[in-house]
Design a protein around this ligand. Structure first.
Ligand code: ZN
Length: 215
């Protein structure tokens, strides 16, 4: 089983290759802004990819016109965030700020569970991107995953059986992970979360009920 850091390195490689879905692209881009060491890894991979491309013999492109049409029809990625001054929030990475389109003080939170708030930025079949806020010490119900769950810590910290995740860290959870994240006791925990498939609750019923109540 891959360690979280190995999963994150793979994710960064996919980011450099430009093949992540947009919310995951935003999450990894935000992580690179917050963690200089990961930013350097992305730069190295980018450089390596450029050198490999330079050393590759050119091939004639088949279906050139159709490919060009597909490229021109695709939605542009948010690579150069621009935002109205009154929506800029220095507490958020630029990538995420441009994607969320608002300051933290203006987020229309909804209570998901006692002590746990959520703001869904974008949702479609098989994907959900949201901001999550948990009060200090709040546990999320024990759950497993049917797909990929990416969580970037923006403020505060949380921990599970894999260890602690602090500001700028990314948790990469998939079908092989069953966990119960808990916000640390010292401050609230604010995260940007991207689910690439629905997650399902699991574990002993009493623990799930206790976590839903926040006790
Ligand atoms: Zn999870």
């Amino acid at each position: 089983m891959l360690l979280n850091l190995e999963r994150l390195d793979l994710l960064i490689a996919h980011y450099v290759a430009g093949c992540l879905p947009e919310p995951a692209h935003i999450l990894v881009g935000s992580h690179l802004e917050m963690q200089p060491s990961s930013g350097r890894l992305a730069d190295s991979l980018d450089h390596l990819a450029g050198e490999t491309l330079d050393a590759t013999m050119p091939l004639a492109l088949s279906s050139r016109d159709e490919r060009l049409q597909t490229i021109f029809a695709s939605r542009p990625r948010i690579d150069a965030p621009s935002l109205m001054a009154d929506r800029r929030d220095p507490r958020l990475p630029r990538f995420l700020n441009a994607y969320a389109g608002r300051r933290l003080d203006d987020v229309p939170w909804k209570m998901k569970l006692p002590g746990l708030r959520q703001h869904v930025i974008e949702k479609s079949s098989g994907m959900e991107a949201s901001l999550l806020w948990a009060r200090p010490g709040r546990a999320l119900p024990h759950h497993r995953h049917r797909g990929l769950e990416l969580t970037l810590v923006l403020q505060g910290a949380f921990e599970d059986h894999r260890g602690a995740f602090g500001q700028g860290d990314v948790s990469v959870a998939d079908e092989t992970i069953v966990h119960r994240p808990v916000a640390t006791n010292d401050s609230p925990c604010l995260c940007f979360s991207v689910l690439l498939a629905p997650i399902a609750l699991s574990g002993p019923t009493f623990r799930i009920v206790a976590d839903i109540l926040g006790v």
